[in-house]
Design a protein around this ligand. Structure first.
Ligand SMILES: Cc1ncc(C[n+]2csc(CCOP(=O)(O)OP(=O)(O)O)c2C)c(N)n1
Ligand code: SF4
Ligand SMILES: [Mg+2]
Length: 289
């Protein structure tokens, strides 16, 4: 059984006071305890950003803090090599929806069995608040001075995940711990590409998407009735409803994941397969003209 002590941070947490990342970390710890699986079988990958620091702030798990935009392909490699591991990706909105967008949509299309938690603060937090693909129209920063501020509408990660082929798509809020823990647990347990877009105030740079704004403008999708197997309804609901933002599971279906599609052996993880040197040599020889 996993204990809270095991999850104690190996390093000092340096996020700003009041940052939404603290809520995501707290929810992750509760989700890990609730999952109650051998903690060494959990792996976190993260990219570069304030969000990317999360593996340093939770103990017990295995982790891989990789390049900006690249936590999804690294996670895919880990998962394909060792199917016994549950791999969770923690990535910023810039990381997932900007530099790493190609990886995001293709991993969704392949339905890779990963849980992707997007720390969506609408900004590039670590690099001092430039507008990210999820910044609200009009967001003011050094790279988007007024007028007009950020000149275009933000992307919608939930809708993007669904259209790209994800089989689980949800939206959470760092300030709603109970609901967020539930979403994280459900996403990890889902077999296939599971995305949770987590709304997370950046109190230092983003003065539009604040705690007050989210507390006043979010509502529970599930409390209002929604069929999670209906793709078109999920897409419709993924968008802001009369200025209010729905939180919850939008889409959830079962479908073969990449490991099934490429007939990855079920019995022995790929990492334990023994490849004899002569087999490799034969492949090389066959390729030679
Ligand atoms: C390949 C590469 N491109 C760009 C950068 C510069 N960079 C570091 S963090 C970052 C943005 C982080 O924004 P986000 O992913 O939203 O994370 P946050 O800090 O907001 O959590 C950028 C552009 C980098 N380190 N490496
Ligand atoms: S800059 Fe923003 S996202 Fe980064 S730690 Fe501070 S409040 Fe959080
Ligand atoms: Mg960000």
């Amino acid at each position: 059984m996993t204990t809270t002590e095991q999850l104690d941070p190996p390093q000092k947490v340096t996020w700003c006071t009041g940052c939404g990342n603290h809520g995501i970390l707290a929810a992750l710890k509760k989700a890990v305890l609730e999952l109650d699986m051998p903690v060494h079988n959990l792996v976190i990958t993260s990219g570069i950003g304030c969000s990317g620091k999360i593996p340093h702030y939770i103990g017990g798990l295995n982790s891989f803090h990789t390049l900006h935009g690249r936590p999804i392909p690294v996670a895919t490699g880990i998962h394909m090599a060792n199917k016994d591991l549950e791999v969770i990706v923690h990535a910023g909105d810039g990381d997932t929806l900007g530099e790493g967008l190609g990886h995001f949509v293709h991993a969704a299309r392949r339905n890779v069995n990963l849980a992707v938690f997007i720390h969506n603060n609408g900004v590039m937090g670590l690099t001092k608040g430039q507008f990210s693909p999820a910044a609200p129209r009009g967001y003011v920063s050094n790279t988007s001075p007024p007028p007009p501020g950020a000149p275009m509408a933000p992307t919608n990660p939930v809708a993007q995940a669904i259209t790209a082929g994800a089989t689980f798509a949800a939206r959470g809020f760092s300030g709603d711990q109970k609901a967020l823990v539930k979403l994280m647990v459900e996403a990890v347990k889902h077999r296939g590409f599971a995305v949770v877009d987590i709304l997370q105030p950046c109190v230092t740079w983003n003065r539009q998407l604040t705690w007050k704004f989210y507390n006043e403008n979010t509502f529970s999708l599930q409390d209002n009735g929604h069929d999670v197997s209906n793709k078109l309804a999920a897409l419709e609901k993924a968008f802001v409803d009369k200025g209010k933002i729905p939180i919850g599971v939008f889409y959830k279906v079962d479908a073969p994941d990449l490991a099934v599609d490429i007939a990855l052996p079920e019995d022995v993880p790929l990492k334990d397969h023994i490849t004899k040197l002569k087999d490799v040599q034969q492949i090389i020889d066959d390729l030679m003209i």
